[in-house]
Write a protein that binds this ligand. Structure first.
Ligand code: PEP
Length: 254
């Protein structure tokens, strides 16, 4: 079975004290994750180390960075390299979130560079893709998202692509309270898997977890996650509330 994943994206929220309290409240629930289930917390850079210590020894709980530099090292003030992230024993890095693409002009080719650095270091990229409302309304969402994938990912060897996690996040559903219907989510996830299969074959496409992101909440997670090609969620707003996120973790298929 593919990994089923509840991933929290804290974005630029919470002070250290608030972050500690939130993580403590979630971990206190002692939700046991079985073999193919995972919970990942993408916390701001300054919190990576404390968060990593908190999940140490908890089976299938991981900490992720929310981004990384596309440069290996050097005179890039304010940037954080994959090597730095890896040196904290962090295992995952989100890249290509629509907020990074929109506010920081991150292009598909820049993301290809980031993917290479992440995989080179043995970390797992969580690659975000997704279309704007305008593209959805023009009916071109399938080709748009396939292009995002092909320009950032399809230079990878089969042994590399199978290591990544994909998050489909329609921009019109992020932080808006507007969730894609289960049918819309399944349709796009099915399309992404078919696109992967065309490039890498069915076996590899079948092993890659594709998460849905966009106003996932405790009350819609189970239905979304029950779709055959939806392997969990990348969660923004609802991940800042312990009860909500615990419900989302518990909604992962067994
Ligand atoms: C996100 O930013 O990754 C996200 C899905 O946010 P929200 O859950 O708040 O829509």
């Amino acid at each position: 079975m593919r990994n089923k994943i509840a991933a929290a994206n804290w974005k630029m929220n919470l002070t250290l004290t608030e972050g500690e309290k939130l993580l403590d409240e979630i971990l206190k629930e002692n939700i046991e994750l079985i073999e193919h289930q995972q919970a990942i917390f993408a916390v701001p850079f300054p919190y990576l180390q404390f968060a990593q210590k908190k999940v140490l020894g908890r089976k299938n709980y991981f900490i992720s960075a929310q981004d990384c530099s596309d440069k290996k090292s050097g005179a890039y003030t304010g940037e954080v390299s994959v090597d730095m992230i890896a040196s904290l024993q962090i295992t995952h890095v989100i890249i290509g979130h629509s907020e990074r693409r929109a506010y920081f002009n991150e292009s598909n080719s820049m993301l290809a560079d980031k993917i290479n650095l992440i995989l080179e270091k043995g970390l797992i990229p969580i690659f975000c893709c997704g279309e704007s409302l305008e593209i959805r309304e023009s009916g071109k969402q399938n080709e748009f998202v396939a292009k995002q994938m092909s320009e950032s990912l399809f230079h990878l060897q089969p042994g590399q692509i199978e290591k990544i996690i994909i998050a489909y996040e329609p921009i019109w559903a992020i932080g808006t309270g507007k969730t894609a219907t289960t049918l819309e989510a399944q349709d796009m996830h099915g399309h992404l898997r078919t696109t992967l299969a065309r490039q890498y074959g069915d076996k590899i496409a079948d092993e890659i977890s594709i998460l849905y992101g966009g106003s996932v909440k405790g009350n819609n997670a189970m239905e979304l996650f029950s779709q055959p090609d939806v392997d969990g969620g990348l969660v923004g707003g609802a991940s800042l509330n312990a009860q909500e996120f615990c419900t989302i973790i518990k909604s992962l298929p067994k």
